[in-house]
Design a protein around this ligand. Structure first.
Ligand SMILES: [Zn+2]
Length: 237
């Protein structure tokens, strides 16, 4: 099965938080999308691995994604090794996405910038014929997009996600153990991301980038490659 756009994330919930509007928008336009979580998020302070798995399944439905897989790399130990690259290469060669999304290389959480390095290198080596993966033939995605996690960057482009911001919030709210939720067990310790202020920040950021493109909500991305645009595309700017 071909997937048009694959989103790689260190932890279940990263893709929803950073690209949920874009994922839902692609799905609404008929594109097949997939999220590849590298770890199960087992180092998360709140909740448990099994709860997080159920939350991720619900969030996948909210965003109408076609595929969600977990590479089962240990949380807190995402390393750019040959065996981990082969795991990512097998995914890329199996689903042959036109575009892939993964974290920006500057971030607060080491798992995030390690994911950047691992996925970027894997996407390159996936195109080399002499990197063997059984019956899977070489394939390299056409474009890499980096998404924003903790630290802000100057975007190459901003996707208008006004029409899908509510789907993004619905997906985020599926993670009742991770984010602000008055009904979740009070004895669980509060974390950086579980306060009400964090969700306010996500919405404020969405409005901040949306305003810059004349929209209500926007998600920022960086791409290192130059962007080709058609004559028709010039008028869409
Ligand atoms: Zn994360």
């Amino acid at each position: 099965m071909k997937i048009d756009a694959l989103f790689f994330a260190a932890h279940p919930d990263d893709a929803e938080l950073c690209c949920g509007g874009t994922i839902a928008k692609l799905a609404a336009s008929g594109k097949k999308t997939g999220i590849i979580d590298l770890t199960r998020g087992e180092l998360g302070t709140r909740g448990s691995v099994s709860l997080r798995r159920k939350e991720a399944q619900s969030a996948a439905k909210a965003l109408r994604i076609t595929l969600r897989k977990n590479l089962l790399i240990p949380d807190g130990a995402i390393e750019n090794t040959f065996s981990n690259r082969l795991k990512v290469i097998r995914i890329i060669r199996t689903y042959r996405p036109d575009i892939i999304f993964f974290p920006h290389y500057i971030d607060r959480h080491p798992d995030h910038f390690h994911t950047h390095e691992l996925v970027k290198e894997s996407a390159f080596y996936s195109g080399l014929a002499k990197v063997k993966t059984g019956n899977l033939t070489p394939f390299r995605p056409g474009r890499n997009y980096y998404y924003m996690q903790t630290y802000a960057f100057e975007p190459s482009l901003i996707v208008d996600v006004t029409s899908t911001f509510s789907a993004k919030l619905k997906a985020i709210n599926c993670y009742s153990s991770q984010f602000f939720n008055t009904s979740f067990k009070a004895e669980q310790p509060e974390t950086y991301i579980s306060s009400k202020g964090f969700l306010d920040y996500i919405e404020a950021r969405s409005r901040f980038y949306g305003f810059q493109i004349g929209a209500r909500h926007g998600e920022p991305f960086v791409t290192e490659e130059k962007i080709k645009i058609s004559a028709k595309g010039l008028f869409e700017i």
